[in-house]
Write a protein that binds this ligand. Sequence first.
Ligand code: RIB
Length: 304
Amino acid sequence: MKIAVVGSTNIDVVSYIDKVPEGGETRAAQNFHTAHGGKGANQAVAAAKLGADVLMVTAVGDDMFGKGALENFKLNKIDTSRVNVIAGVATGEATIIVEASGQNRILLYKGANDKLTPELVLQAADDLKACNIIVLQLEIPLETVYAVIDFANANKIPVLLNPAPAVKNLSIDMACKCDFFVPNETELGILTDMPISSRDEIKIAATSLLNKGLKNIIVTMGSLGVLWLANGVEEFVPARKVQAVDSTGAGDSFIGCFVENYGKTGDVLESIKRASQYATLSVTKEGTQDSYATADEFERFYKK
Ligand code: RIB
């Protein structure tokens, strides 16, 4: 069982602050760190920490951050044979501000992620064909995402699309070709242009996608829980209550855990329940990949 993640790699520059500065204001942060990030990389690391065999298809720059990212993938036992190092380009960078509530804001410079063309990804076609599921997000060019969805369909490989960060012009026809579509509630609101301020509104917005032909829609709603809609299926999985410290990358940890468990068991509901708790555990700790539990740590939390 092998998972392919086709997606982004970033270096995260993170400040923890009581209150976000106004325009023209300078404020002191209470804490700061740099860390390995990028939605694709985070999802790959979460799945690998839980024991999955992961192939990472990504692009980094030929700078010190790119070297660090490669080492980090290797440390997490991820297959790096399809990590492309792009000469003369910076590795992707995310400036992240985390407020006292755990809420985060992210400013993204795509850098090398923008150079992950369909041609570059499809050089890995044979390796991708050996995978049991392909995971995509939207921090790489949209045309690459679409090419991989078509490739996955042509080769009967299940595909999961996490439409993050949300783009308004995402093709619904392409989304319909995905086996799993996993937005958070904000992304769902942007994609559907519908209100998402309550669970009922979120359900109506997700149903509008179902009516357009999307297959499995899994909406992560932070502390509200997770909603799964499919033809004839409506399941709500409440979130476990914890004290949130840092929600950065929680959605990525959900996806990493979901594909790891789904790949092993084929059980969507149980995979959602586990992924919800894995993401909950991640928000109780500072950091992104650093907050992702290993399989043993997670089993202890899940059984409690
Ligand atoms: O989802 C969190 C991630 O979004 C961060 O690691 C950052 O790199 C941005 O891509």
